[in-house]
Design a protein around this ligand. Structure first.
Ligand SMILES: [Zn+2]
Length: 434
């Protein structure tokens, strides 16, 4: 097969001359979406395509555990504002104008950006998720997609949200695409009623799918929850049945010792979103040292591109490691290996997929960082990946054994960038028209 024919094909592939765990290795992808072999020399193989890594670093594909993919359309539209003012004057009025076509092109742009920066799976929460599913299907990456329920305490709204949630889950399940799975997302304790939270918890349990929620992002959220329900957000979610090993909770900044004990007891995954928290001045970092000590599975996410402003998990890893050291005043907190651990295997664990590790039997979701001044010398390739290279250093992205980017080339990238740019301009024009 030639370099151009290989895109989109799931065929046996041999990757030669790559750095893995300090050694030069070869990796065989078996043509069914899995890693078949990893060793210093693979002589027997039926590969139809060979990648010469030329000394590239190989890593598991990044897994972005909290984002709102279509929000890339609002990248750079409004920054540097107070959270509530930003949401109420910029984000929500623009979102009210989003069409299905906008969502589709926003998600196409997000998938392109993720492939370009080495992400092979993401956990997404937004609206009109069938359009996101179409984009993910075409892009070739992996995603867990959840409709975001917001009922605002209104019973009629709750009932209509239930209908949308059920039809979204049904439509996604009916695609029978192993790369695209469904989840359930009640937005947060301050936007969803008790009946909404309870219903989502039961429905996620019945469908045996993840429940993805924002949790304790700001101090105000905690204070309001205590005033309204007499308990902090984790306890309130637990009372509504939301907390379990299927629960993926984003932000988790304002947690106290009892909150951490409860998350650990229920097996919840806490997702660190350091850039979004810093940009919106949340004034507190996710308590990583305590969560780790309590045995909580911590994963990593970028949040939406309008509060980040990108989906580059390499930037997120570096920021997570730096914020944790800075905030807890301890440079030994979150070494590079742990930043990589939260950016991939821990996300795979939460999503219930066999990924995040480069070993036989695991999903063939992996990335290469090619020759690049920021990756020299190679004393510690984990350190280079977290602290030096950045996502644009990724040269090859493979998901489910299919090559999505090779040598920095992604077929159709130019059209997606052009179309998403014009869709975004149009959206803002409609949203700001008097
Ligand atoms: Zn979010």
């Amino acid at each position: 097969m030639t370099d151009t024919d290989i895109f989109g094909q799931q065929v046996p592939v041999l990757i030669r001359n790559v750095r893995l765990n300090g050694k030069t290795q070869e990796i065989y992808l078996d043509g069914t979406g899995k890693i078949g072999a990893v060793s210093e020399k693979i002589t027997e193989h039926d590969a139809e395509f060979i990648i010469d890594g030329d000394g590239a670093t190989v890593l598991p594909g990044m897994i972005n555990m909290h984002t709102h993919s279509p929000m890339g359309l609002m990248r750079g539209y409004s920054d540097d504002m107070q959270l509530f003012e930003w949401l109420s004057t910029k984000i929500w009025p623009t979102e009210a104008h989003l069409t299905e076509d906008d969502i589709y092109w926003g998600a196409k742009l997000a998938c392109l950006e993720m492939i370009r920066t080495g992400t092979t799976a993401f956990n997404d929460m937004y609206f009109k998720m069938e359009q996101v599913a179409n984009a993910v299907d075409e892009a070739g990456i992996r995603a867990c997609l959840s409709y975001c329920m917001i009922d605002g305490g209104n019973h009629d709204k709750f009932e209509s949200e239930v209908n949308v949630m059920e039809s979204t889950v049904k439509n996604i399940k009916n695609r029978y695409n192993s790369r695209i799975t469904a989840g359930v997302s009640p937005h947060a304790v301050y936007t969803v009623s008790e009946e909404g939270l309870t219903w989502c918890a039961e429905y996620a349990r019945e469908e045996n799918i993840p429940i993805h929620v924002h949790l304790s992002e700001t101090e105000q959220e905690v204070k309001d929850c205590v005033a309204a329900h007499g308990m902090r957000p984790p306890a309130w979610l637990d009372k509504c049945g939301v907390l379990s090993e299927h629960c993926i909770a984003a932000h988790c900044c304002w947690l106290d010792a009892d909150d951490i004990t409860l998350l650990a007891k229920r097996g919840v995954t806490a997702v660190h979103n350091p850039i979004s928290n810093m940009k919106l001045a949340g004034n507190r970092a996710l308590p990583y040292p305590e969560l780790k000590k309590a045995g909580v599975n911590v994963a990593l996410g970028t949040d939406g591109a309008s509060s980040n402003n990108d989906l580059d998990m390499f930037g997120e890893m570096k920021t997570a490691a730096l914020l944790q050291k800075f905030f807890w005043n301890d440079p030994t907190v979150m070494p590079a290996g742990e930043a990589l651990q939260i950016a991939s295997p821990n996300g795979a664990k939460a999503l219930g997929i066999k990924a995040g590790v480069i070993a036989p039997g695991y999903l063939a979701d992996l990335i290469l960082i090619g020759r690049n001044p920021l990756n020299v010398p190679a004393f510690n390739t984990d350190s280079n990946a977290v602290y030096a290279t950045g996502g644009l250093a990724v040269t090859t992205t493979i998901c489910n054994g299919v090559i999505l980017m090779n040598d920095g080339i992604i077929p159709g990238a130019e059209e997606i960038m052009q179309k998403a740019g014009s869709v975004a301009e149009n959206l803002v024009r409609r949203a700001t028209a008097q």
